[in-house]
Design a protein around this ligand. Sequence first.
Ligand SMILES: Cc1cc2nc3c(=O)[nH]c(=O)nc-3n(C[C@H](O)[C@H](O)[C@H](O)COP(=O)(O)OP(=O)(O)OC[C@H]3O[C@@H](n4cnc5c(N)ncnc54)[C@H](O)[C@@H]3O)c2cc1C
Length: 404
Amino acid sequence: MAEPLIIVGKGMAATRLVDELSQRALGRYSIAVIGEEPRLAYNRVLLSPLLAGEIAAPDIELKPAAWWRVRGVSTLYGRAVENIDRSAKTVTLADGLTLPYGKLVLATGSKPLKPPFPGGDLPGVATFRDTRDVETMRAYAERGARIVVIGGGLLGLEAAYGLSKAGGQVTLLHLVDRLMERQLDAEGAGLLASAMAARGISVRLNSATKGFVGTDKVEGVELQDGAVIPADLVVIAIGVRPNVELAKAAGLQVNRGVVVDDAMASDDPAIFAIGECAEHRGSVYGLVEPAYEQARVLATNLAGKSAAYSGSLLSTNLKVSGVGVFSAGEFEAAGDAETVVLRDPASGIYRKFVLREGRLAGCVLVGDTRGALFYLGLIRSGQDISAIRADLPFGEPYCIREAA
Ligand SMILES: Cc1cc2nc3c(=O)[nH]c(=O)nc-3n(C[C@H](O)[C@H](O)[C@H](O)COP(=O)(O)OP(=O)(O)OC[C@H]3O[C@@H](n4cnc5c(N)ncnc54)[C@H](O)[C@@H]3O)c2cc1C
């Protein structure tokens, strides 16, 4: 008889896990996927182009209803798991339904960070994580509202761009002196800020939020320096934290995320975690590629074969149309590292490569991201690139010719 496998969370990691499992172990498990959001799983990465009006709502669906049905997967959506009873091996949903499991996978993702700013509960203070957030944001933007986005990282930039494109008057606030400071050096960040300004977005750096003003609804953002920026909508996009309450209440080992080993198992051998809720060797990933790698490893193990996850090398790709930004690995030349740089400020192009001991340790591409995957491959492989270093900025065709 098939063993009951319950997956909590019906997001990107869960969908990939079912996909991988159906290729490896169809029939071995009776799978139920339980998701809090009231719709089929969708591609969260595409919320940014959806916000910008570049794609339509049906375009973001990951798999149609029939895909789940054909694989015999029970999908419960609009329903949250509230409790895990590890000794009885059951989960209980908010509506009281209790289901038994043989194996349980937590794929509960993250929640947006929302610091306790004064006025944070006022209507008109939003975050950017799901389709409901996009509906709210678009409604304001389409009527030309004044919108303040807090956070100049990947998410905040995509929110600012999408809201501006949808018709909003957008101000982007960032705490430090450059955008995307965890992925870009000062020069790359400066080019990006100029590109955002050229799209009508007012960028304010070194701006710390003190709180929100307004009586019945938000009317502005007050900064630490006393300035108040009028706003009909405020979008907080300063980061996420793993959604681990369920795991904590069940007594599983949790640091920032649910602690898992190389097989994606928690400290309870019947319970696994993948995606943004999982913490592996001290790292919690906020991107989809690691979640997919983890799903593949877990599916292989659940299929009875052996696979190990050893961590992921992160790369970042900003999806703001016309302002390509790509960053991977080291982006500052610390210690004995060297740089090879191509800059063309008039065209808004900056391509920087950080080399260490004859190998590519990282790169930043702004304005022209061609060859990003080629560079990522070089970083990942750690191969010697001494023969092609002068041609690196011009992309793969030149490098291959040189190396040949
Ligand atoms: C606007 C936006 C743009 C992004 N762009 C990029 C990008 O360009 N590149 C990139 O790599 N990543 C991007 N990301 C991040 C990427 O979407 C996540 O890394 C990915 O979705 C993680 O997958 P996950 O399955 O772990 O979590 P999620 O996709 O968040 O899925 C978790 C699901 O679990 C549900 N859930 C939580 N608790 C319960 C419960 N108790 N019971 C039932 N269900 C529950 C949640 O409601 C949610 O639907 C972006 C994210 C956002 C918000």
